[in-house]
Design a protein around this ligand. Structure first.
Ligand code: MD3
Ligand code: FE
Length: 236
C-alpha cells in the first residue's frame, strides 16, 4: 500500500501501476467475452469511486439520459473523454449543460490495457489499445438497463467493464437479436468484464440489481457503479 498519496487521483496513480492484482479465476462466457471476478483490489475500487464522484459533479454532471422518444433511462450516466447521448458521441454535453467533458486520464488508459492482458492472458493483448471514452453508470436499487447493442463507436476494439458496489445480473445475448438464448452472469464489486471479438456487438443488459450486497469499504454506501471504457474511433 502506498502511504504518501493524498486524495487526488489526477496525474499518476501509483496504486494502479504498482499493485499486484490478486489471483482471479477467469471465465469465458462467450467467444471474446471474459469475466474476471475480484479483479480490482478494495483500494483500487475506493480510488475509482472517488474519481467517479468528482466526474459526477461536473463539468458535465451525471444525469438520467433522455431518450429521443421521450422518457429517461433509470440508470444515471456521466461520461469522460467523449459525451454519449442517444445515439452519438460529442465532446460537449449538449443534452445537459453544453460544457466540455472531462479528459480521459492516462491512468485509465493503462488500467484498460492491463485489463486486456489479464482477461485474454496474453502479455501483448493491451498493445495498441487506447480507450478514449468511458461511460460511468450508476444504478440505484430499482435501476435496470434493457437489452441493447453498443454500436455508436466506429471501432471494434474491446469494451472494458469494471463493477463496484451492489452486485447485479448481467445478461449477455447474441449479436443477432435481443432474445434468448442468453447467459446471465452475476457481476460483483471488483469484477472485470471484457467484451471483445465476436461478443463486441452482442446484445446485453442489466435486468436487476441486488441491493445491499456492496461492501461499504468501497466508499459506495449503496447502489452499483459500472465503468465501461471504449474506443470511439472518432477524432477531434
Ligand atoms: C457486451 N453497461 O454502458 S457493462 C453500457 O453494467 C452497458 O452498466 C452495462 O451496457 C452496465 O452500455 C454493462 C458490460 C458490457 C459493456 C459493453 C458491452 C457488456 C457489453 C458491449 C458489447 C457487449
Ligand atoms: Fe452497453
Amino acid at each position: 500500500m502506498t502511504g504518501a498519496r493524498t486524495g487526488a487521483t489526477t496525474g499518476a496513480v501509483p496504486l494502479f501501476d504498482d499493485d499486484v492484482q490478486p489471483p482471479a479465476q477467469r471465465s469465458e462466457i462467450a467467444p471474446g467475452a471474459v469475466h474476471v471476478p475480484g479483479w480490482l483490489t478494495l483500494p483500487q475500487q475506493r480510488e475509482l469511486v472517488a474519481a467517479c464522484r468528482r466526474w459526477a459533479a461536473g463539468p458535465v454532471p451525471i444525469r438520467h439520459t433522455r431518450l429521443p422518444r421521450g422518457g429517461a433511462m433509470s440508470v444515471q450516466t456521466v461520461c469522460i473523454g467523449w459525451h454519449w447521448q442517444p445515439y452519438r458521441y460529442t465532446r460537449t454535453g449538449d443534452d445537459v449543460n453544453g460544457a466540455r467533458v472531462a479528459d480521459f486520464p492516462d491512468w485509465m488508459v493503462r488500467l484498460g490495457r492491463r485489463a486486456l492482458v489479464d482477461a485474454y492472458q496474453a502479455p501483448d493483448a493491451g498493445d495498441g489499445y487506447t480507450p478514449d471514452t468511458a461511460l460511468i453508470n450508476f444504478y440505484d436499487a430499482a435501476a435496470k438497463l434493457g437489452m441493447h447493442q453498443d454500436k455508436d463507436e466506429r471501432s471494434d476494439a474491446p469494451v472494458v467493464s469494471l463493477s463496484i458496489g451492489d452486485s447485479c445480473v448481467f445478461r449477455l445475448g447474441s449479436a443477432e437479436n435481443r432474445n434468448r438464448p442468453w447467459s446471465d452472469v452475476e457481476l460483483a464489486s471488483g469484477d472485470l468484464f471484457v467484451l471483445g471479438g465476436p461478443s463486441r456487438f452482442a446484445y446485453h443488459g442489466v435486468p436487476r440489481i441486488h441491493p445491499g450486497t456492496g461492501h461499504p469499504d468501497t466508499g459506495l454506501a449503496h447502489g452499483r457503479l459500472n465503468i465501461t471504457m471504449r474506443v470511439t474511433g472518432l477524432t477531434g
